[in-house]
Design a protein around this ligand. Structure first.
Ligand SMILES: Cc1ncc(COP(=O)(O)O)c(C=O)c1O
Length: 303
């Protein structure tokens, strides 16, 4: 696909609102040369950015880790996202823009400089943002669950940074594509870390278990959200190291991410998980998730 063939989706680049085929950055941008940047993907239901403050907090943490100054306040980021969402909803021709669910993508790179590995100070960060229709799991995936494969976690040891350097994630995801599966569940030294682009949870004896918040996983915004839902739904929950054997013997396995929300995994490496059907804890978490989305729309700040 060339520049000109890109869909004319609304985007933002360094202060300008434009469309994808018109947005261009320097070949010396450190995002292009080194993958030296961070990003966020924020789900928006109707025009309500879901868990916006939490996504901002993670963006701030990722930028701080890489010593890239945050070019915008939270209010400015909100304004950029809101303008893009409004443009998208208008272009979509949907009768009710409130019904258009979108994924807002924000990216900051260190900026443009001659090639030099060191974190050159004083550069002007490159800011890019775009939005697109949210691609949600299908009804069949929700009803039957999805298939995953497993692989060694060969990614780097700073998975907690939401970095645009995603080659490890790209290669991990391709393992499942090649196998005709939906995601790749990763194990580091035999311990569950996460999946190529999602967090992984297991259920055993009615308890939801997830890997600890540490540098080996990207702490999804759904970590805290699932903790809240578990409290409301009365589901016991713990974060601790989880062995490969525990994953394979789990009653239920779930994925979570902005787009997947929570999604049941019913096959791993060709074997059934539990009874091979989405389980009760999944049903409760999914219901709690939908309630949280509705509550967020009630409480949302004005755009
Ligand atoms: C590696 C990885 N882990 C976990 C997640 C889930 O994060 P979130 O729930 O914030 O979407 C993602 C999301 O894209 C991811 O890429």
């Amino acid at each position: 696909m060339s520049y000109a063939d890109l869909p004319r989706l609304p985007c933002y680049l360094n202060g300008d609102y434009t469309v994808l085929p018109e947005a261009k950055v320097s070949v010396m941008d450190r995002g292009f040369i080194f993958g030296d940047g961070v990003y966020e993907v924020i789900p928006a239901y109707g025009s309500c950015l879901f868990r916006f403050e939490q996504h901002m907090a993670r963006l701030e943490r990722s930028l701080a880790e890489l010593r890239i100054p945050n070019p915008h306040t939270r209010a400015q980021w909100h304004e950029i996202a809101a303008r893009l969402m409004a443009a998208y909803a208008k272009d979509s021709g949907a009768p009710d823009p409130e019904k258009v669910d979108q994924m807002v993508y924000l990216q900051v790179t260190r900026g443009v400089a001659l090639r030099e590995h060191a974190m050159l100070p004083g550069l002007t960060p490159t800011v890019f943002a775009m939005t697109n229709l949210m691609k949600q799991p299908t009804t069949a995936q929700r009803a039957q669950g999805v298939a995953c494969v497993t692989a060694d976690d060969f990614r780097w040891q700073k998975a907690h940074i939401k970095s645009t350097s995603l080659l490890g994630g790209v290669m991990a995801r391709q393992i499942s594509v090649d196998a005709g599966a939906d995601e790749t569940i990763l194990f580091r030294d035999g311990w569950l870390s996460e999946a190529a682009a999602s967090n992984v949870w297991i259920v055993k004896g009615g308890v939801l278990l997830g890997p600890p918040r540490d540098h080996l996983v990207l702490e999804g915004i759904r970590y805290a959200l699932l903790e809240e839902i578990c409290q409301v739904q009365g589901i016991p929950m713990a974060l601790r190291r989880i062995s490969r054997a525990e994953v394979l013997a789990a009653d239920e396995v779930l994925l979570s991410s902005s787009t997947k929300e929570v999604l049941p995994v019913t096959r791993i490496d060709g074997e059934a998980v539990g009874d091979g059907q989405p389980g009760t804890v999944y049903d409760l978490l999914y219901a709690g998730y939908q309630a949280a989305k509705l509550q967020a729309r009630l409480r949302r700040p004005p755009l």
